[in-house]
Design a protein around this ligand. Sequence first.
Ligand code: GSH
Length: 207
Amino acid sequence: MITLYGGPTTNTRKVTIALSELGLDWTLREVSLARKEQHEPWFLSLAPNNKIPVIEDSKTGLKIWESGAILTYLAEQYDAHGTLLAKSGKARYEALQGAFFQAAHIGPNLGRLNDQLTASEADKIPRMQALFYEEAVRLTRVLDRMLADGRPFLAGDYSIADIMHYPWLKAGLDLGFPALTEKPGLKEWLGRIGERPAVAKGMAALT
Ligand SMILES: N[C@@H](CCC(=O)N[C@@H](CS)C(=O)NCC(=O)O)C(=O)O
């Protein structure tokens, strides 16, 4: 049984989508960010970076944090045919490249942008807001280029690279972020992912 430590957040939803795609049984141990539970000693012993998601797999005894590492683990451990992460070759490294790109660029930048947009007027820093906004626009151009030549998914076939991005960019699309709403290729890509039953189930799993 897999225990998922998390909550209704974009990063935790990457994991619920992957669990749903792989048809795995799992149980949730909710970690309340509002109550700052991620800073409690029991949680820090699981995840020294005080962030969700984390998984614990009773089958292997492994505890893993960082969503990209979690998705890689689930795919390698439970995806015999490599449907979410190819076992070798170009497709594997393109999927990992996309997953690392999300964790290094999309997540941190969109997270900071959201912090700035939702901050109280006193806490807003116009220069920071502009920097994060411009970078978010640039990153959508990168994604658009990754989908060039009519590729249906970021790494060619559907993979953990798409799962890593979906919850974040779907939130941006729903908020009406013009760099997303005005790019037909990105909108169609999000639509293709969103229509997968496992994605809909994974997105709805945490409220
Ligand atoms: N790179 C990490 C990011 C995880 C992350 O930022 N999680 C947020 C919630 S979505 C969190 O736990 N924040 C609490 C904190 O920073 O104290 C991953 O992909 O797993």
